[in-house]
Write a protein that binds this ligand. Structure first.
Ligand SMILES: [Zn+2]
Length: 285
């Protein structure tokens, strides 16, 4: 089987999510999901006994194209290699459903594990087999975005542009172009650890970028102070010693003026990056 779409030839139906398909045989629902690495997951929600485990074990022993088969917490799953043909998958499922029937395995809701009328639903970005009550419960359940994790992810991702900032600061205003990196890294870091983008998400993403830019600037100032001492040639100081002089350096209005200008230009680059991400990517989601 080259593509999950071929499952349609054996009676699977496409769902709202393109990597998921559903199938019903003799009252039993099966969800198929394409997995990474050329694999296909087949899932049923049934109440059975330990004999099902040995049935599944036998499958994995006798078929090299079955990667894994398990029965755990009312979930019966079989992971097969996509190289299996649609006909072979059909035969496998026919046999599985026949086993469910002969062993008296009852189909249950994947949420509450009760024997109820269930249906495949698209909920919170997943396809699941649920009863009416569980669907209602899940629909009203708020998915809480993980703000703290998202913010932390954005801060960590911004270490890269912060380091670049610290080392390229002496090149002048060109350093403001790292705003593109600050924008991109903070966004990707937030999305990776948090959830969907929201107003609060954008705000935290921006704070992370701004925070790390200031951290980068502190280190850049350390380099600047050290360089100033080196050029005066009367004394040289170590990099960490330069930090002791940072407060005096920061009270110089000229230094503050230049630094603020750097920040302002960088903010412009960060905002342009966010706008591009928003219009080219986020709005479509
Ligand atoms: Zn339920």
């Amino acid at each position: 089987m080259k593509h999950i779409k071929e499952l349609e030839t054996i009676g699977f139906k496409p769902t709202a999510k393109k990597q998921f398909y559903t199938y019903k045989k003799d009252g039993y629902y099966i969800i198929a999901q394409s997995l990474v690495g050329g694999k296909l997951g087949l899932l049923a929600s049934v109440k059975s006994d330990n004999a099902l485990i040995s049935y599944l074990d036998k499958l994995t022993i006798h078929d090299e194209n079955i990667v894994r088969a398990y029965y755990d917490d009312y979930e019966c799953g079989i992971v097969v290699k996509m190289r299996k043909s649609a006909e072979e998958i059909d035969a496998l499922l026919n046999d599985l459903v026949a086993y469910f029937m002969s062993s008296g395995s009852k189909q249950v809701c994947h949420g509450c594990h009760e024997v109820k009328k269930i249906s495949p639903v698209h909920i919170h970005g997943d396809i699941d087999l649920l009863c009416e009550e569980c669907i209602l419960k899940k629909e009203t359940e708020e998915v809480k975005p993980e703000y703290k994790k998202g913010m932390l992810g954005a801060v960590i991702a911004c270490i890269i542009p912060a380091v670049i900032w610290a080392f390229t600061h002496r090149l002048g205003y060109v350093v403001s172009a790292t705003g593109i990196l600050f924008g991109l890294c903070s966004y990707l870091g937030y999305k990776r650890s948090g959830h969907k983008m929201s107003k609060k998400g954008w705000l935290l993403t921006f704070f992370a970028a701004a925070l790390m830019m200031h951290v980068g600037e502190l280190f850049a100032m350390g380099f600047a102070i050290q360089a100033a001492f080196a050029s005066s040639s009367t004394a040289t100081i170590g990099y960490w010693q330069a930090f002791v002089l940072l407060p005096a350096f920061l009270s110089d209005p000229e230094v503050i003026g230049v630094t603020l200008a750097y920040f302002a230009y960088t903010y412009v680059f960060i905002f342009i990056t966010y706008l591009l991400i928003y219009f080219l990517h986020e709005r479509k989601m």
